[in-house]
Design a protein around this ligand. Structure first.
Ligand code: UTP
Length: 409
């Protein structure tokens, strides 16, 4: 049993004594659980709030990173596809579905992948993704392993949903679920919120933790024993994306890069997407708000914008390089809607952001890789993200794009 005095001292040290406000009203079991949770939670990340908004002092020197554009891909398509298909047939490629996020913007209580975007019949996001994966596995006549990252908040529902739908026709022996870690969430004053009287408000710790969580779950052993060399990591919300796309896999291998990143041409100069670049000579992604006017106006040798390709969260990582470079990533403080209890103990589900969560991001992992191939794809054919219920990047816009691509809804 965790010592109450020790926990009280920890809370006092970090100015978090509100976490014990209801302690005396809890059952013995609940008391133990709360003390244990506080004991196990890393409070040191709260220190980051002090520096929030202060630009990092480290000097960042950006330069353009040339993308492989559609024309070049088209010219070499046959060669790339063969190399990619060979790698898939040899069992060297697996995929990682990042499905641990809360999808708060979409506003559904269920995991995002369970969302039904069908019109005349049910069509779930997970189903679209598995169909896209099976386009490739059928062509290659080879099943590939799919690792699915969930979190404490959605694991049971996600696993049950796959079972209920018979894995949407995919071989269940090739699907492996693993949970990411959670981090405490705070209000705007840096006070950790309570979700229940005896439980902290926590949220998944960002998609940057996927590799360490995969490792923690023991799945790296499977990756090694199966001699998998490449992991195609992708987001749950882009229903049009190709998974383990042989042309992309082949191009990354042929170009001897240790990571490939699918990118789309920016729709307009101020589009809010992270853009591929070099940062201090490392491959990197510059956030849209960090793009200076000088960078926006810079041109490449053909007279096209030099920083013109946005990432769509579909990366192909070389595993041995990942293992060499794994380690801590910078922590981002993100404003989110955080359900919590109020002073009277009633649960509040906020309509707008009410506090901070702490996340690491997969895009920071790109900086650690030695070489990256930005690989252009046609936006209308491969990018239909579902972030919001309506408007931009929504269920509506994704439906339109799916229909245009011949998917029956
Ligand atoms: P988003 O940045 O869209 O975040 O995730 P989100 O939490 O899903 O949605 P909002 O912002 O609350 O509306 C991009 C991808 O990263 C995954 C998501 O599931 C999605 O595939 N992700 C995000 C995780 O797997 N874990 C996380 O902690 C965060």
């Amino acid at each position: 049993m965790v010592d109450f005095e020790k926990i009280k001292e920890k809370c006092e040290r970090y100015n978090q004594t509100q976490l014990l406000s209801y302690y005396n009203t809890l059952s013995e079991n609940e008391k133990n659980n709360l003390l244990q949770e506080i004991d196990e939670t890393d409070f040191s990340c709260l220190e980051n709030l002090k520096n929030k908004g202060t630009p990092s002092s480290a000097s960042k020197k950006y330069s353009p990173l040339k993308a492989m554009e559609l024309e070049e891909i088209q010219l070499n398509k046959g060669k790339f596809e063969k190399t990619g298909l060979d790698a898939i047939k040899e069992g060297k490629v697996a995929a990682v579905l990042l499905a641990g996020g809360m999808g708060t913007r979409l506003g559904s209580d269920n995991p995002k992948g369970m969302y039904d975007i069908g019109i005349t019949k049910p069509k779930y996001i997970f189903e679209c993704l598995i169909n896209n994966l099976m386009d490739v596995t059928n062509k290659a006549e080879k099943k590939i392993h799919l690792f699915v990252m969930t979190s404490d908040k959605n694991h049971e529902k996600t696993v049950a949903f796959f079972n209920e739908h018979n894995f949407f026709g995919y071989d269940r022996n090739f699907v492996h679920f693993f949970k990411q870690e959670m981090a405490a969430a705070t209000d705007y004053d840096g006070k950790i919120l309570l979700e229940q009287k005896g439980k902290l408000a926590t949220s998944p710790n960002g998609n940057g933790g996927w590799f360490s969580s995969l490792k923690k779950a023991g799945l790296l052993d499977l990756i090694h024993s199966e001699k998998i060399e490449w992991l195609n990591v992708f987001a749950v919300d882009n229903v049009l994306q190709k998974i383990a796309d042989p042309v992309f896999v082949g191009a990354t291998i042929e170009k001897k890069c240790t990571v490939g990143s699918k990118v789309v041409k920016k729709a307009f100069p101020d589009e809010k997407v992270g853009v591929m670049c070099l940062e201090n000579d490392h491959p990197s992604i510059v956030e849209y708000y960090e793009l200076t006017d000088e960078m926006k106006n810079a041109k490449d040798t053909n007279g096209n914008p030099a920083y013109n390709f946005g990432v769509i969260l579909n990366y192909l990582f070389n595993i041995s390089e990942l293992e060499k470079t794994a380690g801590s990533l910078p922590l981002h403080i993100v404003e989110k809607k955080i359900p919590h209890i109020d002073e009277s103990g009633c649960l509040i589900k906020p309509e707008k952001p009410n506090g901070y969560k702490f996340e690491t991001l997969i895009l920071d992992q790109i900086y650690k890789m030695t070489s990256c191939l930005p690989f252009e794809v046609v936006r209308e054919k491969e990018f239909a993200p579902i972030k919001n219920a309506t408007g931009v990047d929504s269920v509506e816009s994704a439906r339109e794009l799916l229909k245009k691509n011949g998917v029956e809804l």
